[in-house]
Design a binder for this molecule. Structure first.
Ligand code: ASP
Length: 338
């Protein structure tokens, strides 16, 4: 039904979506010596220049750029991720901002995305994007990925879907996003439920709503640092020394990237038992990319099952849980819900 307006008044101009675009670096902001070099590159481009170089990008919305840092994502510190999360949340609370887009290196993008998924409380869209090829490359994927991310963030149907990752035309729930290829532009996959939609010819289409049992169980207030938690890979004939080293280094928790459905080598069983006696919380996640780690009576007093979280996600959740003073029983319950 058309909206009524007072006689004689002009129709109000449709308001353009107002986005904040936060540049943090990564391959999308990198250049290499020549157009065929896809892997040896340096982060060189600021977010303003990157946006200005993409024809039509600013037609999508009113866009304000911010650049808290400009780094390869392998160099990101916890302090920087906390700063980014706070910055995003501050903008999302602003009634004059409709959505936030974050450009990010793809190597650790899924870690930041999951951190934001656990901490940012807002129905407004938060979209992370990156690129697999540097800006100087033939067929660079960054410009289209960025436009697709802006379109996704500006789309009203993107509200209330949790934190999103947009790469290679696909919209993926941050809860499920994972880098699955080292170099191809189609690098990001999702376990089962994660692909929510696509952007094709500038049109955003959703095919699914994410089933997110719990979003943002942690708030950021007062969080200045996170306790150290290590991930230890388990394998045939694994040694005990990584567990001793973690204890010696002052880790507060351990995540074992275990075999299969969280099954542990003898060293992992002993290492976790030692760590638990010293008061650490240990989690059995799996080194297998897809599937759950289920409860197992054999480990009733040992490491907790990660359930649907992969080792990287379990580490992030455990750091936040420990920072909030949760005990073993509360963490066990949290892992079931995430
Ligand atoms: N090394 C890069 C980074 O994570 C890789 C990329 O962005 O694709 O920053």
């Amino acid at each position: 039904m058309p909206r009524s307006r007072a006689p004689g008044t002009a129709p109000s101009a449709p308001t353009r979506p107002r986005l904040v675009l936060i540049g943090t670096g990564g391959t999308i902001a990198a250049t290499a010596g020549d157009a065929r070099t896809l892997t040896g590159y340096q982060v060189t481009q600021g977010i303003e220049a990157m946006l200005a170089a993409i024809p039509g990008a600013t037609d999508v919305a009113d866009i304000r750029c911010e650049q808290p840092f400009n780094v390869d994502s392998r160099d990101l510190s916890t302090a920087q991720v906390l700063r980014l999360a706070r910055q995003a949340e501050r903008h999302l609370r602003d009634p004059d901002v409709d959505a936030v887009v974050i450009t990010h290196g793809t190597d650790s993008l899924e870690e930041t995305a999951f951190f934001l998924h656990l901490t940012v409380r807002s129905p407004k869209p938060v979209v992370l994007i990156g690129a697999m090829r540097p800006a100087s490359a033939l067929s660079a994927d960054g410009p289209l990925n960025l436009v697709n991310a802006l379109l996704t963030a500006a789309h009203p149907a993107s509200r209330d879907r949790g934190v999103l990752v947009v790469l290679n035309d696909r919209i993926i729930a941050a809860r499920h996003a994972a880098k699955r290829h080292t170099t191809r532009v189609d690098a990001f996959g999702a376990d089962g439920a994660g692909v929510l939609g696509a952007v094709t010819d500038g049109r955003v289409r959703y095919a699914a709503r994410p089933e997110l049992p719990e979003t943002a169980p942690f708030d950021l207030s007062g969080l200045r640092a996170l306790p150290p938690v290590d991930i230890i890979l388990d394998y045939q004939d694994a040694p005990l020394h990584p567990y001793s080293a973690a204890l010696q280094a002052g880790s507060r928790g351990l995540v074992v990237a275990a075999m299969g459905n969280g099954s542990l080598s003898p060293a992992a069983v002993r290492g976790c038992a030692q760590a638990i006696r010293r008061g650490l919380v240990c989690i059995r996640a799996s080194r297998v990319p897809d599937g759950l780690v289920t409860d197992d009576a054999a480990h009733a007093n040992g490491p907790l099952a990660a359930h649907a979280l992969n080792p990287l996600q379990a580490r992030i959740a455990l750091r936040l849980a420990l920072a909030r003073g949760m005990d073993r029983a509360e963490i066990a319950e949290l892992l079931r819900r995430l």
